[in-house]
Design a protein around this ligand. Structure first.
Ligand SMILES: NC(=O)c1ccc[n+]([C@@H]2O[C@H](COP(=O)([O-])OP(=O)(O)OC[C@H]3O[C@@H](n4cnc5c(N)ncnc54)[C@H](O)[C@@H]3O)[C@@H](O)[C@H]2O)c1
Length: 380
């Protein structure tokens, strides 16, 4: 058992084989249980959570993580007579966990919920930390709430029924966590450890809980957990949440992030680890410009809410240049130092007032180009 702590609450996380079959339920969680699940997880494991006073099942898959599906869940909970003293039980992968958690955060202005993760993505990552929400067409996870569960029950035996593609997707999240954690977890995964082993799952969870304990609301250190997710989420949004599993998009996002940070050797090793699990290492059939725009969308909304259409166009152009340089491989042909100056300048400029930011971005872009020219001329 691990213990999750955060500014808004504490909860136990039970991780191991056979927990559901043993009929386990945390003594600390009281109230009638209302199951929210999807067709697959509900059929396989729903009965293990009896007694249940209500059941709502959504269609499996990311396309069910929408506000329309939240409305279905709220409505079904109300029809089943759920009160504020009752518990939502989120049984399934990250889609169910995020959606049911969001419904719990909002139903009657907030009720308790328990996460029962049944995918590797959910057992190593999504069931902990209290980030809940749904996607919108413009950006992933853009509507939601922080709402910590009352408990997490991760039965590792449920992973035995998981299709290989879903296991691989979970491996990408475990690998992300190992890259953040470094040390023993990274050594285990790079040496080929089974990511479904309870001790590996527990190590991933320990890493995540440790970070969330310091920063529940993504104010600073929690942002490291988003490694690979900026481009990963953009790929998902640009493809209508239909072409790649979340973990597959994260795999691609990790490679983009490693290229961005100039970690070529590590990137090669990560590419090999991903390929060995049949995870994608290059984008197929995706419009790169659509990914660029999807990467830019959250940044534009957050940093340039008052930008005019012309300013937006300029920024999108800059993002397109960045994407082509970094993600499509031209990075190797650029000189590292001026490019790094450009990136740093962009980051600093993004904090400034919109009109001046655009000025600084363009100026630094020009300076970087001039620097590249000088380097080439001097033959360095
Ligand atoms: N909240 C967070 O901190 C956080 C972190 C990481 C990911 N996420 C979210 O998680 C989602 C992805 O989750 P996911 O990869 O679990 O996908 P998912 O929930 O869509 O599940 C994948 C598939 O596996 C099926 N399934 C689930 N358990 C099964 C089992 N035991 N046996 C057989 N089939 C089973 C599901 O029905 C589904 O078809 C994304 O929306 C992502 O944004 C959230």
């Amino acid at each position: 058992m691990l213990w999750g702590t955060s500014a808004s609450g504490e909860y136990p996380a039970y991780i191991g084989p056979g927990v559901l079959a043993a009929g386990f339920w945390p003594a600390s969680v009281e109230g009638r249980r209302f199951l929210v699940t999807d067709g697959n997880a509900g059929r396989l494991y729903g009965d293990a959570l009896e007694p249940l006073d209500g059941r709502v099942a959504i269609m499996p898959g990311e396309q069910s993580k929408t506000i329309a599906h939240a409305e279905i869940v709220w409505t079904e909970l109300a029809r089943a007579g759920m009160t504020r003293q009752d518990i939502v039980v989120a049984l399934g992968g990250g889609v169910v966990g995020d959606l049911a958690g969001f419904c719990a955060a909002t139903y009657q202005r907030g009720v308790a919920y328990v996460q029962v993760p049944t995918t590797l993505v959910a057992q190593v990552d999504s069931a902990y930390g209290g980030k809940t929400g749904v996607d919108i067409a413009e950006a992933k996870n853009y509507v939601g709430a922080y709402h910590q569960p009352k408990a997490v029950i991760a039965d590792t035996d449920t992973l035995l029924t998981l299709p290989p593609g879903e296991l691989a997707a979970g491996y990408a999240e475990a690998l992300k966590t190992a890259l953040i954690a470094g040390g023993e977890l990274w050594e285990q995964l790079r040496a080929g450890a089974d990511p479904t082993a309870p001790e590996v799952i527990a190590a991933c969870v320990r890493t995540k809980l440790g970070i969330v304990a310091k920063d529940e609301r993504d104010g600073n250190v929690r942002q490291v957990l988003n490694l690979g997710h900026t481009v990963g989420h953009a790929i998902e949004a640009a493809t209508g949440y239909a072409s790649y599993r979340h973990g597959e998009a994260v795999a691609l996002g990790l490679l983009a992030a490693l290229r961005l940070s100039g970690q070529d050797e590590l990137r090669t090793e990560v590419t090999e680890l991903l390929s060995a699990r049949a995870l994608p290492t290059s984008m197929e059939g995706v419009d790169p410009d659509a990914v660029v725009m999807a990467t830019a969308a959250p940044v534009l909304i957050n940093h340039y809410p008052t930008a005019s259409p012309a300013e937006r166009q300029t920024l999108e152009f800059v993002f397109a240049a960045l994407y082509r340089a970094v993600v499509e491989g031209m990075w190797q042909t650029l000189e590292t130092i001026p490019a790094a100056v450009w990136l740093l300048g962009t980051a600093i400029a993004a904090r400034a007032e919109p009109r001046r930011s655009i000025f600084w971005i363009l100026l630094l872009l020009g300076l970087a180009n001039a620097g590249i020219g000088l380097f080439r001329l001097s033959g360095l």
